[in-house]
Design a protein around this ligand. Sequence first.
Ligand SMILES: [Zn+2]
Length: 90
Amino acid sequence: MDEPNIIPAPEFLGPMTGHPTLVARFHCPLGCGWWHEEPTDPGPARLPLRPDWTIDWEAHDLVLKARDEAFRVGVEHAIAEHYRKRHPEH
Ligand SMILES: [Zn+2]
């Protein structure tokens, strides 16, 4: 994938800016006025416990990584889809 470089820096919106939920808003890099909003607050990750009742930080890390990945893929997909529909020349 060579898409990450087309992803613009997002604008963060939330209750403090009058938006009902926390989202990252990615504007079209070509400035056509389109944007994509991706939620940034899926709630706290659940801490997995080992059988001996200690926290499994390794598994916790994997959960966070999976979230990051899902977020990135969601944004990339939305922007790629927008390019395909509105900017097929790119
Ligand atoms: Zn556009």
